[in-house]
Design a protein around this ligand. Sequence first.
Ligand code: HSE
Length: 295
Amino acid sequence: MIKIQIPATSANLGAGFDALGLALTFYNYVEIEESDRIDISASDGLDIPTDEKNLVYISAKDLYAVCGKKLNGLKLRQTNSIPMARGLGSSSACIIAGLVGANKMLGDPLSKDDLVDLAAQIEGHPDNTAPALLGGIVTAVFDGRRVQWVKQEVYTKLKFAAIIPDFELKTEEARACLPKEISHKDAVFNLSRAALFSASLLTGKFENLRTAVDDRLHQPYRMKLIPHCKEVFDIAYAHGAYASYISGAGPTVMAIADESNTYFAGKLRFSLDNAGLGGWQVHELKIDNEGTKIL
Ligand code: HSE
């Protein structure tokens, strides 16, 4: 069987709604093999779709269709560490696993660019799928068909704390609460900050990050769907975070801190517990620069 490792991702990075995302050292694994029937299971007993509604299967089938082939069945073993519907790219990890696995089974007919395009077409936006495939921080523009992207590897003295609540927030719901239109002023507010984020991350001007993650496109609306979100931001800043933002569509809150900020995750844990937020988990992560790998 082909064994694939796919990283979690954090999209938007504050102001870069649907455009910026990065990969993190937190992984799902998928073993995949062509078969004459559908045989899907989770190695850890997690409740996943085991029929043709499985997203890894759908994505593999889509790639076969694009290549003019028919997929009769698939044997899949999934090990899902990335929690579902938490804003950490679990759907994108499934899409990328299906595409990379299917492409390998067919002898790699599609290029990396083709895979980035097809993944964005399936997901609807590229800011999780592209970094899940490519790693690093990815800037992407999607016209509905093609993605123009730049991947940059990041070697910083930063650590990321994913602060994950014990409830799910479906992306559809988190998108449905957004306004249809925004003002010219708010557009300028966001585009300047999105540009500031990647430039500051890549040049080490970390003191800019707090301003860079502020936005007027999605976080003010999504906060209302995430009880205690503002409190969690405040806790992260009280412990010296450079920045704190809603990861992807939420509800996970991401905090970015300096490597020299010792026991950052432990301090967050302590304060969350004291605030009665014991249900929120804290995972300390780094940026993954490699993206999806066949092991
Ligand atoms: N950019 C997307 C959003 C990421 O915020 O809705 C979630 O898929």
